[in-house]
Design a protein around this ligand. Sequence first.
Ligand code: ASP
Ligand code: MG
Length: 402
Amino acid sequence: MKDLIIQKYGGSSVSDIEKIKNVAKKIIQTKQEGKDVIVVVSAMGDTTDSLTEMAYAISERPKEREMDILLSTGEQISIALLAIAIHSMGYDVISLTGPQCGIVTSDRYNKARIDEIHTKRIRKELEQGKIVIVAGFQGINHKMDITTLGRGGSDTTAVALAAALKANLCQIYTDVDGIYTSDPRIVPNAKLIPSISYDEVLELASLGAKILHPRSIELADKYKVPLEVRSSFHHHKGTTIKEDAKMEKVFIRGISLDENIGKISVLEVPDKPGIAFQLFSSLASLDIHVDMIVQNVNRNGVNDISFTVSMDELQEAIEVAQKFAFKVNANKVIYDKAVAKLSVVGTGVLDNAEIASNFFESLFELGINIQMISTSEIKISCIIDKEKGKEALKYMYQKFNI
Ligand code: ASP
Ligand code: MG
């Protein structure tokens, strides 16, 4: 059997006709190397944003189902144009939408999860020697409605296909050279990481590196799909993500800043068992991902509970918190959009007391107040004032001398 490679090209890699032709050539090269190729593409450039703006220009609350029908058209344009380009270069190719290639999702619109992939069609096309181009970020649910996987979801489509078809490699082509030790726009001496573990990259991505859809990394980890992140504009090797990258025992892998979060606090919540469960199970039932949670010390039978969510889920989370506050007779809900999360990530982070001490010392030296702290085996994170975020990131990067 031939090697099977899944390649994913993001929106910036197919943002105009010249770039689409360029991507077509790269795909053909892989095919010429004797490999089977499946390509997943995103919508061209800012298409998804423009479509979203149009909907919100009509209605403050467009129906979620209709949003998915609308947004899925972006990817449909790119797969057709890319297939036309490859065909014009003399190669056999077919484009397929998510539903056509059997991607079945949960019922939830706007951020559906992939439940299963019926691979019969796609296998048949591969067997006939075709290059297969798949629309990213979309599938079909049990009601036969089109669903989308959440912003940035094309990465997840690519990894899910790689897992379902047991591909040898999944390459994510994007407009950066790979994964860096920090955000190169803020920290100019940030370095490219040649190889990294799933766990570490998951922390870096969900902490703001913004390169891969976090769900795609979870899936890659679960099914041990070897991933490569590389630039679609030149031939650099990029970053390999795999299980055993951990063996290198690098203490600090990188430092990241996530400015795309908001903090919600429910004030004066009665202090009794089951209260936190009520709040967080309501959030979970809407698939709202809660990151850090802090409950302060009890005073006069009440607590304050604070948590963070990503900016695009803030509004929904506030509404849930307000309903909860009303139900349990808490005082009120407040929120803050001017926060950021600063994190130091690496396999040695929690084992090494000096790292934690340097982390907190840096913030002290900058006079920055810490609002929340959380740790895991491979990271230390804290919530600080957004205004101070970039300064803190730069300072800490130099301090740790990565
Ligand atoms: N086009 C979608 C977005 O812009 C999906 C993706 O790019 O992965 O979020
Ligand atoms: Mg994208």
